[in-house]
Design a protein around this ligand. Structure first.
Ligand SMILES: Cc1ncc(C[n+]2csc(CCOP(=O)(O)OP(=O)(O)O)c2C)c(N)n1
Length: 694
């Protein structure tokens, strides 16, 4: 029960003397706002938000550094929410700190509102990450913590700041927490402070129905500093945060036992706390009393969205003090900049996302390389020239050829972030979410790699990168059944089609949510990397071959110049005189197979146009006139893909024919697979002849 003696007087000291705890009052205000938002919109999650209110108030008012007038201040502490369903808590605290208005809270979950059901990245509003898919938020925080260490090791400890994150039972249960926990402990990320809102209740059951885990022991085993507290006791919260702030070598998890729906009453005035039902529905719908709970928490029936005047006054002072901290830092930074002009320039270029001028055309490529090897050649140059690029690999750096980068730097280890390579171990989803966190932190260009077939393990984080429009680069090698002997578990078939769907899906700015490039030879790979670096608006995928590929022909003996046409998504590699009898189209290594097939067809006096289509999505965005110039309506089109046939359906059109895969692959040497599965010049010849014969 909450007993507030509320005396209306301007004298704050007086209030303290009368034993009114402003901090408790502020947390209750957050509880009420959270409850009221969900009640008004008739949907959402009040219970968890109400339990976490004490922590969030203490964190934001006493520990988190931010600039009330400059939300994008580079040295702000970051707050990453993991359970996005607890958005009411975040929107409420951000209302107290002036980033949201109560009007915006009243529009919770409505069309066009700035308060969507789950928070969506908006730094200017204080939302550091999109959250909702449980487990990813705190993993992004690990990425941001790595980014912070990377930058501080280059620019100095003036640039040190904390990364706070907030996790719930769901996030702890998600498998990704294994990777995040292991890596944060391994790297000794003492700048990372995670609050675990342990309220013993989840969506459909209590936690005891699904786990007997000793979470404290688990995090201890991973090398974390573990603190257990009553998560609704503000004194304990304060002490835990103070101790965590002083941690020198380990990340901290503060396991706070909290009360789901703290302060709730039912219609009879009995406690309605600790109910699973209040996880995800309005209090009244769950069987509690909104009005009685509101009064119990010291709120006003006439205005449930009220910010209590004394809370408002308290936060006015909090903001003044935050402002002072950031101004002091900015003064110190100006002094630093005067003494470190060159470094300051570099810092600015890192944060502005600039890329240094790179002479891509001069990057030497070996004739007939695998595109993964061609990628390694580019990565070697990037390692030396793009100082803020961080590359990661999930224990495959020698196969996915990110070793081209690694050879020029070294991997992060505990306490040493002077390198630029992250060995994530075998944890693809963790890796992808960490990359998102690095991109969100700012100052870093993240890229990560694994086998293409394991892109499936990464999709949930790739999807969030697309939604948040983060320019993460994915290097996916071993792009087809030509993986060979490893067999169908390692042979991608349907993966490219899935990514082409992401090219169809638009982000909220109307752009393709992702740029997906499958280059056809070494020069196209150089160009693909150029495009990937220049693409600051969305993630980019590079899909690369394991096996060597013959370079495509160039009429002007300048294959790089030809390959630059990849910037239009698809282009004519080799043309015939006059109207073609057939257009052959593919991406990746299948283009060179088509080229060989074309040579056989030409012997029959057929006029052939060969088209390489590294990105169907980009091609679709070209002016109609260009698209028609490459793929006119009245010419038959034959496509070849080592993916599902549907991968090329959109390019060959309704009358076209695709030779592709329609089943899983098989274990065998890849040249045998080429024969058996029909990925040979002879089969191209045969299928095209059949097609033209009608
Ligand atoms: C990856 C993922 N799976 C499932 C869900 C659906 N979901 C939302 S919250 C939740 C459980 C929440 O329990 P907890 O994390 O303890 O939050 P609390 O009940 O304390 O609010 C689930 C399963 C989700 N958001 N993300």
């Amino acid at each position: 029960m909450n007993n507030h003696i509320f005396v209306e007087t301007d004298d704050t000291l007086n209030l303290i003397q009368m034993n009114i705890d402003i901090n408790k009052r502020a947390a209750d205000n957050i509880r009420i706002l959270s409850m009221a938002m969900v009640e008004k919109s008739k949907s959402g999650h009040p219970g968890g938000a109400m339990g976490g209110a004490d922590y969030i108030h203490v964190l934001f008012s006493e520990f988190l550094n931010f600039d009330p007038n400059d939300p994008a201040w580079i040295n702000r502490d970051r707050f990453f929410l993991d359970p996005g369903h607890m958005s009411p808590m975040l929107y409420s605290i951000l209302t107290l700190t002036g980033r949201f208005t109560t009007e915006e809270l009243k529009n919770f979950r409505q069309w066009g509102s700035s308060t969507p059901g789950h928070p969506e990245l908006d730094v200017l509003k204080g939302i550091e990450n999109t959250s909702g898919p449980l487990g990813q938020g705190h993993t992004m925080a690990v990425g941001a913590a790595i980014a912070e260490r990377f930058l501080a090791s280059r620019f100095g400890e003036l640039f040190a700041h904390k990364i706070f994150t907030y996790i719930s039972d769901g996030g702890v249960q998600e498998e990704i927490s294994q990777g995040a926990g292991r890596l944060a402990g391994f790297l000794g990320l003492n700048n990372l402070i995670m609050f675990y809102d342990s309220n013993d209740i989840q969506l459909s059951t209590e936690t005891k129905a699904v786990t007997i885990e000793d979470t404290a022991m688990k995090y201890t085993a991973w090398g974390w500093n573990v603190i257990k507290i009553d998560g609704n006791d503000q004194k304990q919260i304060r002490e835990a945060l103070t101790s965590a702030m002083g941690q020198k070598h380990k990340p901290t998890i503060i396991i706070g036992k909290t009360i789901m729906g703290k302060g709730l009453l039912d219609n009879e005035g009995n406690s309605f706390e600790r109910k699973t039902s209040t996880h995800g529905m309005p209090v009244s719908e769950a069987g509690g009393s909104f009005e009685k709970s509101l009064v119990n928490l010291g709120g006003s029936l006439s205005d449930p969205f009220q910010i209590f005047p004394e809370v408002s006054e308290h936060y006015r002072k909090v903001l003044q003090s935050k402002q002072k901290t950031s101004s002091d830092w900015k003064n110190a930074k100006s002094e630093w900049a005067e003494k470190n002009g060159q470094l300051d320039k570099k810092l600015h270029s890192f944060y502005s996302g600039e890329i240094p001028a790179i002479d891509f055309k001069s990057i030497p490529q070996k004739e007939g390389s695998a595109t993964r090897a061609a990628s390694a050649a580019v990565l070697g140059v990037l390692a030396k020239n793009v100082e803020n690029m961080v590359v990661a690999s999930a224990d495959l750096s020698n196969s996915d050829k990110t070793d081209g980068f690694l050879k020029n730097t070294h991997a992060f280890i505990n306490g040493d972030f002077t390198g630029a390579f992250l060995q994530t171990g075998v944890s693809e989803l963790t890796m992808a979410a960490i990359m998102n966190g690095m991109a969100l932190h700012g100052g870093i260009i993240p890229a990560c790699a694994t086998f293409f077939v394991f892109s499936d393990y990464m999709k949930p984080a790739v999807r969030l990168a697309c939604l948040m429009q983060l320019p993460v680069k994915y290097i996916w090698t071993h792009d087809a059944f030509r993986v060979g002997e490893d067999g169908p578990t390692h042979q991608p078939v349907e993966q490219e089609a899935q990514l082409r769907l992401m090219e169809h899906l638009k982000n909220h700015h109307g752009d393709n949510s992702m740029l997906v490039l499958r280059p056809a030879d070494s020069n196209e790979t150089t160009v693909a990397w150029k495009m990937a670096l220049e693409n600051k608006k969305t993630p980019t995928a590079l899909i690369l071959s394991r096996q060597n590929i013959k370079d495509l022909p160039s009429e002007n003996s300048n294959r790089y110049a030809d390959a630059l046409q990849s910037e239009r998504g698809a282009y004519v590699v080799q043309d015939c005189k006059g109207r073609p009898d057939i257009i052959l189209i593919a991406s990746g290594s299948e283009v060179s197979t088509l080229f060989e097939g074309a040579q056989l067809l030409e012997k029959d006096n057929l006029k052939i146009r060969l088209v390489s289509a590294p990105s169907e999505g980009l091609f679709r965005n070209q002016p109609e006139s260009y698209k028609k110039s490459v793929l006119p309506d009245d010419v038959p089109i034959f496509g070849l893909t080592a993916g599902l046939s549907v991968t090329l359906q959109g390019l060959v059109g309704p009358k076209g024919v695709v030779w592709g895969m329609n089943s899983f692959g098989y274990s065998a040497p890849y040249k045998i697979l080429d024969e058996k599965l029909g990925f040979t010049a002879d089969n191209v010849y045969k299928r095209v002849k059949e097609y033209l014969a009608g």
